[in-house]
Design a binder for this molecule. Structure first.
Ligand code: URA
Length: 209
């Protein structure tokens, strides 16, 4: 079963509380989503593989540990996942970025794929699938299905707020995927929105409400 990591760092908790507030502006929301993603990314990249590399300091030659090559892919689930990409890229600027486009059918809540473009060498990469909200888990499960179909093997899922229902569904569908979340909320409402949540993450990122 994949592990679930809920971050208890005070900065992450504070910023996650701030983005929930109804009167947080689009600008502040976007900036804080970026900051939280970077803080979470710092922890989520903890197990990236290192290799011994020979370097020369002004004093002598030596061997040090450095990250192995350019072996990371970040895959936002469109469109809200885009808000988490810059924070991750600030940490791993050489990462490749794929995109998966899904929308939830407003009546059935079932995810429908409309776009999927991934790095061709996705199979070799540590893939970070990012989406701010893990609600029913339907979009995350479907996105990871598509990404695995294209060959990805090592996948981590990162979101800001998750429902217990979403975590359970994702763990059941993809037991090999570790889940990193900033906050675990109470439940879903009848429209599959997270409570207390923050509303629609895409609308709040892009000011479309
Ligand atoms: N997507 C969102 O943006 N918010 C929710 O609460 C659930 C899904």
């Amino acid at each position: 079963m994949g592990k679930v990591y809920v971050f208890d760092h005070p900065l992450i908790q504070h910023k996650t509380a701030m983005i929930r507030k109804i009167d947080t502006s689009v600008k502040d929301f976007r900036e804080m989503v970026r900051e939280i993603s970077m803080l979470m990314g710092y922890e989520a990249t903890r197990n990236l593989p290192l290799e011994e590399v020979e370097i020369e300091t002004p004093m002598c030659k030596t061997t040090m540990k450095m990250l192995q090559g350019e072996d990371i892919a970040i895959v936002p689930i469109l469109r809200a996942g885009l808000g988490m990409v810059d924070g991750m890229l600030a940490l791993v600027p050489n990462a490749k970025v794929g995109h998966v486009g899904l929308y939830r059918d407003p009546e059935t809540h079932i995810p429908v794929e409309y776009y999927c473009k991934l790095p061709t060498d996705i199979a070799k990469r540590q893939v970070f699938v990012v989406d701010p909200m893990l609600a029913t888990g339907g979009s995350a499960i479907a996105a990871i299905d598509f990404i695995k179909d294209k060959g990805a093997k090592n996948i981590i899922f990162m979101c800001l707020i998750a429902s217990p229902e979403g975590i359970e569904a994702l763990q059941k569908a993809h037991p090999d995927v570790d889940i990193f979340i900033a906050a675990k909320d109470e439940k879903l409402n009848e429209n599959a929105y997270i409570l207390p949540g923050l509303g629609d993450a895409g609308d709040r990122l892009y000011g479309t409400k």
